[in-house]
Design a protein around this ligand. Structure first.
Ligand code: SAM
Ligand code: SF4
Length: 290
């Protein structure tokens, strides 16, 4: 396999074969994100992609799961993506699931017919970033997506029967907008009802626009206690069936499982951590008025 640039895959895809059909992210401007800042968005040559698929076949006797890497695979023309999917299913007849990264906006731009064809060709799941449900935060982070567009993108996925894992970011509103950010995000998630969700604590990446805002004092980082307060609000107010991937390495607590079954347990863990976690306690000492 000949991967170009930084390679990311969601942690649930640890056992998947990674295929690179596109390079970079067609948006590539979110202030917090440096994942694909080392390359310009480009669709790779079909011959190169097919050669990678062949070389993976020669190397691996069994491939049950495939993930398309890089930021926004749905920005690719549907006919090209269908041709690659066709090559995958003929080369790996044993493959049971195919997933990819896509912006909800690019999902929204596909027609119902295109999405139905992609689903029929094997795409079963999409990893997309919501980041926030708060219009002010969405604008500030330069996501290039409104809450309304997120609704339309999700509606398209539901209609096509393609599962969506939505990621979003604890702390993205900063210290000042922590409450508004999590309230709006929780409310929007309750409308969108993604099949899986992945909350991630904000990481300030060196070289990002956000890191510059932090350095200039324009973005005040939320405290770990605020991150826990956001997780408590989320878990106390989510009202649909979903899988909770709250175990990203950045998160204060690591929890994963089905909601609503495990909601009371997770909520109790957050409340316990807020009362006893050394980071939260230190934080309370630092922030308590006197
Ligand atoms: C490849 S993107 C998801 C697909 C698509 N590009 C999109 O944004 O919809 C990966 C996701 O990782 C998360 N992420 C990226 N940078 C992050 C950061 N600095 N801190 C926390 N989460 C981050 C965001 O939720 C982002 O949507
Ligand atoms: S979060 Fe997604 S859309 Fe935004 S720059 Fe990163 S990869 Fe691109």
């Amino acid at each position: 396999m000949r991967y170009q640039g930084k390679v990311y895959r969601p942690w649930p895809e640890a056992n998947s074969l990674l295929i690179q059909a596109t390079l970079g992210c067609s948006n590539n401007q979110c202030t917090f994100c440096t994942m694909f800042d080392d390359k310009r968005f480009k669709i790779r040559e079909m011959d190169d992609i097919f050669a990678d698929i062949e070389s993976a076949r020669a190397r691996y006797s069994e491939v049950r799961s495939i993930f398309f890497i890089d930021g926004n695979v749905m920005a690719m023309r549907t006919e090209l993506l269908l041709a690659i999917l066709n090559k995958i299913t003929t080369t790996f007849p044993e493959c049971e699931r195919i997933a990819l990264y896509s912006c909800l906006n690019d999902l929204r731009r596909k027609s119902d017919e295109d999405l139905a064809a992609l689903k029929a060709a094997g795409v079963s799941m999409i990893y997309a970033g919501l980041e926030s449900g708060d219009p002010l935060v969405l604008e500030k982070i330069k996501k290039g997506m409104t809450a309304e567009q997120a609704r339309d993108g999700m509606a398209k996925a539901k209609k096509a029967g393609i599962e969506v894992l939505l990621s979003f970011i604890f702390g993205l509103g900063g210290k000042d907008r922590s409450e508004a950010h999590i309230q709006a995000t929780t409310a929007l998630l309750n409308e969108l009802k993604p099949e899986q969700i992945a909350p991630m604590a904000l990481a300030v990446q060196p070289g990002s626009e956000l890191a510059q805002e932090v350095a200039r004092g324009e973005f005040l980082l939320p405290t770990p206690l605020q991150l826990l307060e956001e997780e408590r609000h989320l878990l106390a107010n989510l009202k649909f069936d979903t899988f909770y991937w709250g175990d990203h390495g950045n998160n204060v607590l690591s929890m994963k499982g089905w909601l609503p079954e495990q909601q009371p347990t997770f909520l109790a863990r957050v409340e316990h951590a807020m009362a006893h976690h050394p980071i939260a306690q230190q934080n309370r000492l630092l922030t308590q008025p006197w």
